[in-house]
Design a protein around this ligand. Structure first.
Ligand code: GLA
Length: 401
């Protein structure tokens, strides 16, 4: 975690306006402003909650958190993107409300409990959020908020948290407080990010390492369909449940297996007749995607970017046919992107059901990608997708002021 210079930070322009907004609301300067990235996932789709490997990457777009401690035992949470302000006594039960603010509230609640357990009475804090990360696009705005909040509060209240404790606080907020059945990938992707690298995270034992990307020769583009599905969370929870149901059947044929990631192809073949067709398809995606993700990592380490990209595109085909989490707008962008010369591969990122496609391409191919995909998509759907090129950025950091 470093302190970045303002000139290097794409988020700095909006940090300046966030500081102004903070002064307007609270009549005082924020004590600090933090940047916390969003993420894309390149390989290992829907593997985190099945114990498999994933290869996400933080991007240079994210959440900004401005904060100032208070001495009166009150806290406020507000955002430049949403109306209203949550204002409450920190000693009272947390005012959970089924809103975006439940995410930072969950983190604050966990850290206040830690402060109390260390015998330090809670004071209060004003938190104001901003930034440039689209919400609900599959770029993990929730992990970006939770990890950024945990890091910012941890420093403000001198909790000296390790990266792992930050991940745990974020997971506790999302799973325990908000009640989302999310996997571990997103908070790790945000908290452990290193500039210019993908994260290799093995979700079976949570071991991780960085895999460098040659940024002289490749770019990462994110193509946003602007399709947002209201029922995405329900469908995501259904996939989690189906994978767990498939594993319960498969483990009877391979008793040493501890999660779906351990299931061998031969076991799956033997079990096909025992599984309902949708469960067999979900398990087939997981088993194949585990193999593909190892192959993709080996290709990247050997300098074979095209081989890595081919696995991304194959992952998308399986997400569409076997896991059934794609939509036609995503399929069109993948098809169109992969037909552009210089594009190594493309797939949906995040849970699916709308949101974004991530593409890996040779530097110099960005303009053609924008033109080809923009024209084909708007010709068919009537609106233009947003197409942005990102740098793999670092994890949460305090912005210099
Ligand atoms: C969502 C979840 C992640 C992961 C992805 C699919 O983004 O939050 O934990 O399961 O879907 O790979």
């Amino acid at each position: 975690m470093g302190t970045a210079s303002p000139r290097d930070e794409p988020a700095f322009a909006s940090a300046t306006s966030l500081a102004e907004e903070f002064r307007r609301r609270h009549g005082a300067e924020p004590e600090s402003i933090w940047f916390s990235p969003g993420r894309v996932n390149t390989m290992g789709a829907h593997l985190d909650y099945n114990g498999g490997p994933v290869m996400p990457c933080a991007i240079d777009r994210g959440t900004l958190v401005a904060l100032r401690r208070r001495a009166d035992g009150r806290a406020t949470i507000a955002s430049t993107s949403f109306e209203g302000e949550l204002s409450f006594e920190v000693r009272a039960p947390p005012p959970r409300g089924g809103r975006w603010s439940d995410y930072p509230l969950g983190v604050l609640h966990a850290l206040l409990a830690r402060l109390r357990s260390e015998g330090r009475g809670p004071s209060g804090v004003d938190l104001l959020y901003g930034g440039d990360l689209p919400i609900g696009a599959g770029l993990s705005s929730s992990a970006s908020i939770c990890v950024g909040t945990a890091r910012a509060l941890s420093e403000a209240f001198e909790l000296e948290s390790s990266d792992l404790q930050i991940v745990e606080a974020a997971l506790l907020a999302e799973r325990g407080f908000v009640g989302v059945r999310c996997g571990i990938m997103d908070p790790y992707a945000v908290a452990m990010a290193r500039p210019g690298a993908l994260l290799w995270l093995d979700c079976k034992d949570a071991s991780w390492t960085s895999v460098p990307l040659d940024l002289e020769s490749v770019s990462i583009a994110v193509l946003d369909t602007h399709v947002r599905r209201e029922l995405a969370q329900v469908a995501f929870n259904e996939r989690v449940q189906q994978c767990s149901a498939a594993f319960e059947v498969l483990r009877t044929l391979q008793p040493a297996a501890t999660c779906l990631r351990d299931i061998e192809r031969a076991t799956l073949e033997r079990a096909r007749a025992l599984l309902e067709p949708p469960l067999a398809s979900r398990a087939a995606h997981v088993v194949e995607e585990v193999a593909r993700t190892f192959e993709a990592r080996d290709a990247l380490l050997a300098g074979d970017v095209a081989g890595f990209g081919a696995r991304m595109t194959a992952a998308h085909a399986s997400l569409r046919a076997n896991f059934e989490v794609s939509v036609r707008e995503l399929d069109l962008l993948v098809e169109c992107a992969t037909s552009v010369p210089g594009v190594h591969g493309a797939r949906l990122t995040g849970a699916g059901f709308g949101g974004c496609v991530v593409a890996l391409l040779a530097r110099g191919a960005e303009q053609e990608l924008r033109e080809a995909c923009g024209a084909a998509f708007s010709g068919l759907h009537g609106w233009r997708p947003s197409i942005e090129v990102y740098r793999p950025g670092g994890g949460p950091r305090r912005l210099a002021r």
